[in-house]
Write a protein that binds this ligand. Structure first.
Ligand code: XMP
Ligand code: MG
Length: 179
């Protein structure tokens, strides 16, 4: 496992994202929607850094099995319960890879007529993009590596790591990926 971003670097980045977001949502009460499970640590740190009135809700979508490749199919495991019509919605994602998950979710949100709809992601893997998605707040850009830690898992492992690491190919190969 190779260290990509230390806890200090992550904290600096989260503070930086929070100040951009705070500036853009002054006098507003945005609804932050976290995509479970991977974004839960990032979202928790982000809301504390934001330190402004906001609401939080979560959805759980799945485009990954227990492997490292996106299936391209998105399933809703737990939908959004908070009404979004007229709300300033900020979707909070851990990592945007192919873009399938986010583009599917953004389309379904847009149909519900929010006042505004933006995306904040801690990590972006643009080299893997299949579907274009607009990212308004981007933390770090990463190469085509599988990342773990800071809430992000590989087959439910490594979420507890406080920093972000790249998983080496051999480590990924020790479990088989599902379609
Ligand atoms: P797509 O391909 O739809 O994928 O943009 C987005 C979701 O896939 C997960 N993902 C990862 N999870 N390490 C992970 O642990 C990774 O390198 C990685 N890349 C994508 C992630 O949950 C994201 O929400
Ligand atoms: Mg995710």
């Amino acid at each position: 496992m190779r260290l990509l971003f230390s806890t200090e670097e992550i904290k600096e980045k989260v503070d930086d994202l929070a100040s951009q977001i705070r500036g853009d949502y002054q006098g507003k009460k945005p609804l932050l929607v976290g995509l479970l499970k991977g974004s839960f640590v990032f979202l928790a740190d982000l809301v504390r850094a934001l330190d402004q009135p906001l609401e939080v809700d979560f959805v759980r979508l799945s485009s990954y099995g227990h492997g490292t490749e996106s299936s391209g199919r998105v399933r809703v495991l737990h939908g959004l319960k908070t009404p979004v019509r007229g709300r300033d919605v900020l979707v909070v994602e851990d990592i945007v890879d192919t873009g399938h998950t986010l583009s599917y979710f953004l389309e379904s949100l847009a149909r519900r007529r929010p006042a505004s709809l933006r995306v904040c992601t801690l990590l972006d893997k643009p080299c893997r993009r299949c579907v274009p998605v607009t990212i308004h707040y981007r933390g770090f850009t990463v190469e085509d590596v599988f990342v773990v830690g800071y809430g992000i898992d590989w087959a439910e492992e490594f979420r507890y790591l406080p920093a972000i690491y790249a998983l080496e190919k051999a480590e990924c190969a020790s479990k088989t990926s599902s379609p």
